[in-house]
Design a protein around this ligand. Structure first.
Ligand SMILES: NC(=O)c1ccc[n+]([C@@H]2O[C@H](COP(=O)([O-])OP(=O)(O)OC[C@H]3O[C@@H](n4cnc5c(N)ncnc54)[C@H](O)[C@@H]3O)[C@@H](O)[C@H]2O)c1
Length: 305
């Protein structure tokens, strides 16, 4: 893993950029809106709750602009991005942050199996992030590229008992990064994903007491926001093959945030593949990946000549 720190010299590169963010009313999203504006960006943010969003909008006026947007609605997200483009003429940074977790364990044996369980976590966390990525890519292309930052979770790569649907939804967010970054990078769109561990927002109220008693590491929302800003600035570092030890381009990365610090972990996962998959399997996989990435290949057979 690579320990990442915000490089103050890169913060100026945010000035004048236009960011679109989902879930900006509270927590990590709110702090990200504040940090981006503090460094000179214009931010158009969506959320379903109005009061704290309007407060934030007026606190940061005229640099932040709120649009009511349910991230699971495609038409709402179209309107969010259109508002940013109409107001500021471009989109440079997209942050898919909105998310929920439902504390009820639908796999509890006491649950009524005849009742269809809520799939809102899939709708908001996964479907919503796919919508942000798809529409975001469209607008980022207009300006010749930019940054797409997805907010997943520790539950995006690790076991998380009692939160099965949330865990699946956040593995899906890591999947968006893995599915997209190879084709996005040549378009100069850098896709990265943030996986925070416990962060002091209203999402973790239920586990907070025991967490502190055990002395486990805690993030403040601003720590995770800083990781998002790191992703939105890393590619503006000049020269070199690495940024603070992480391979460049800074794309296809997973940033784990714990105890207030940010760590890139995907480079190590990829480079250790022969160890955990076996050397031969890994070599075949590489050959297959090269074939799948070649111009002569398409999953859509109608496109094959
Ligand atoms: N707090 C943690 O420990 C933690 C850990 C890992 C990942 N995360 C992720 O971080 C992201 C932000 O969460 P947070 O901890 O700041 O919690 P939060 O509840 O403070 O923030 C989530 C925001 O998303 C908004 N939102 C919810 N449903 C929405 C919808 N349908 N459309 C638009 N906005 C919607 C909420 O109103 C809120 O403003 C989430 O994706 C969450 O899964 C949080």
């Amino acid at each position: 893993m690579t320990h990442l720190r915000l490089e103050p010299s890169l913060l100026d590169t945010i000035a004048g950029k236009v960011a679109v963010l989902t879930g900006g009313a509270t927590g990590i999203g709110r702090s990200t809106v504040q940090q981006l504006c503090e460094h000179g960006a214009k931010v158009v943010f969506g959320d379903v709750v109005e009061e704290p969003s309007r407060e934030l909008e007026s606190e940061l006026s005229p640099n932040a602009y709120f649009v009511k947007c349910d991230t699971s609605s495609y038409s709402d997200q179209l309107a969010l991005f259109k508002a940013a483009y109409d107001k500021f003429g471009k989109v440079d940074i997209v942050v898919a942050n909105a998310g929920i977790s439902i504390r009820r364990d639908i796999f509890d044996p006491a649950e009524d199996i005849t009742q269809e369980p809520s799939m809102k976590e899939i709708d908001i966390n996964t479907k919503g992030a796919i919508f942000s990525a798809r529409i975001g890519m469209h607008y980022l292309r207009q300006g010749g590229g930019g940054d797409l930052v997805l907010v997943s979770s520790i539950a995006g790569f690790k076991e998380c008992g009692g939160l099965v649907t949330y865990t699946a939804s956040k593995h899906g967010v890591v999947g968006i990064m893995r599915g997209l970054h190879l084709t996005a990078t040549p378009e100069n769109i850098k896709v990265n994903v943030i996986c925070p561990w416990m962060t002091k927002t209203r999402m973790v109220v239920g586990i907070e007491k025991g967490w502190h008693e055990r002395g486990l590491p805690v993030n403040e929302p601003e720590d995770v926001a800083r990781a998002i800003v790191i992703c939105a600035t890393a590619n503006r570092a000049s020269g070199g093959l690495t940024h603070q030890g992480a391979r460049l381009p800074f794309a296809g990365k997973i940033i784990y945030v714990s105890g207030g610090e940010s760590y890139e972990i995907e480079d190590a996962i990829q480079s250790l593949e022969p160890a955990w998959l076996g050397k031969e399997n890994s070599e075949f996989l590489e050959k297959g990946q090269e074939y799948l990435a070649s111009d002569s290949t398409s999953w859509d057979e109608s496109k094959l000549s």
